[in-house]
Design a protein around this ligand. Sequence first.
Ligand SMILES: [Fe+2]
Length: 687
Amino acid sequence: MSRVLFFSSFFKHQKKSLVPKPKVHPHLMFFSILSNFGTGRTYSEVFAITFVANVALFWAIFGAASVVIGLLAKKYVSKGKTSALENFYNMDSLPDVQQMMMNESIAKPNGIITMTENDQKHKLLRYVESLCSWISWLSVASLPAWLSGFGMMGVSQGMTLSLIIIAPRFLLSLMRNCPLSIIENNQGGALHMHVFMAMFKLHPKRVVAGLVLLVLIPTFMNSFTYKSCFNDHVDPTFEWKFYGGKYIYSSALLRSIHLDKVCPPGPPCQLYATLPFDTATSVFLNIHTHVDVKEITINYETEDAYNTNKKFSHKVVSSYFIQPSQYDSTGERNIHTILLEKLNPDTRYMIDVFYDGKSQKQTIYQTLPSSDSTASFNLIYGGDLGFSAASTTLSDTAAAQDPRAVIIGGDVSYDDGHAYCYHSFDLTMKIFENNINSKVGRLVPLIVAVGNHDVGWNSFAKVNVTVDENGPSYYSGYAQHYPGAEAFTAENALEAKIPAVAQRKTYHAHMLGKVLNVALDAGYVEGYGGVQGEWLKNISNAYKSSPKMAIYHDPIFAPCKDKYGLANTEQGLIHWTPIFEKSGFMAAFEHHTHYFKRTKALKGRIPQEDGTGVVYLGSGSWGVEPNKCKPEKDTEGIYASFGNINHIWVININQDTNKVHYQAYALNGTVDTPFLMDMNLYSTPSI
Ligand SMILES: [Fe+2]
């Protein structure tokens, strides 16, 4: 485990106004003041605080209602029929006339009381007052349950606090229903204990039932909220109709009702590939299994040899896995990572996943072409998926391009890096399995840059969080480099090993044919400069002659006004674009703002007409609802195209002609003008 303190040197020295505010949707909360709670907190904590604020509103509304209705009820008290508590405390809070009748009945056992119209109104108002009072009190008692549900305090602490909050209301209820004669008979001891004992003698069943409820209510509250997840961009029309709406709440209890066990004994519940630096000869297989699976054997063979010999001549036996301890019993699993290396470039392999004494799954994996080949191959670039109709439609589009890799610019599944939201991660990974891998007929590897919804906080948020087997999912879900890759000297000199979760970094590089692709961290864990900026400079310098592409989450070039992104733009222009422009970057794929945009080829914000310069493409709307913003006036002539549409980019790298072809696809086909870039012009950088 490692403690990661998030900061950037920039953050310490900039004006506070440049620090992004949290992006909590306004309709989620009743108190706009909550928008100040985002910096330094995870989304999960902000959601917990939002729930608490909403509950506090219930407390205030119903508490005020009970007071007002209580005062109103007082007007209808018949002369001489004052309540026990009214007499005792000289205040009006006895709930109903029935009690007064009972008091008088005790005094006059055979007496018959006739309720007047005023008595009936008083009785009704007292019921309403009592109801409002209970709702108000229960609202407050639920606060610890929400906090424990989102992991901000222990469950036992939550239950204890809920109990402590609700117990006085129970005693008050006894007081309100206690005959006046009993209260007046108190001999100077503790009044509440006197009343409790007297009421227990008078109504033992009611008091015992009340005590049982006193325990059950906090237990139910904290059980219901146990392991709460609240997130968005998970389209409920697929599997989550129960919860409805754009935002989805689930807890361990609700997930146990609405989900089958995610990883039962048997074949893997998730199988996806991620890539280390050398994509032509190596791949990480990420396999999620039942918790009893402790060891996996991967048998593999080139497809040609397997078709001829029907046997595997290579195998890797791996017992490396992590078991997220915070997942609930519905989602519990072992996450295995297996590294295959020394493979042949541009070669199809038959992969056999073997455990529990039998072959569990077979698939095909194809390595990427080497840098010196004349291959032509397609890549998919996009980001901000979630689980939606657009996600699946554009994934079908991606599959039709027979891509050799899918490169995602963050916000993959909107699980917000929270272990309790594992179901979101699973849903999106199933899109890759069902809409890409199954249709392409092989395992298409992923490269993932980090986004705010992959870790669960905003860029520059200064969040202090533990990275371990429970996530954030960006760490626990994807192995994308060998240990030590962040201290770049020469990627090929690194020992080929699976990085432990705490060793995983949010910036890494991959050779895609002859193109060096760098995935960068837009201020979530690392600042733009500092160690990441140095790494970017070093690796760009080491691969001088390789044409390059970059992918990251927050855009540097944002045609729509975005005050939250000002710091990203500023930091990108200071630390990254000068490197991009000097060291052979053709394109930078940007995301997060959920619209389509294409800049002209730029150097220093000035469009280039000589076939050089960096194009900035984006900005992240593979599956999420597109931003409806209108672009600002483009006074610098930076932008070539804009649209409020879902899209992905299909990139063809032709190493024979040395050209890269860029084409965007929207939901109903190609969009925007395709364009070519000459890799020869990006192979002689001046860094
Ligand atoms: Fe984002």
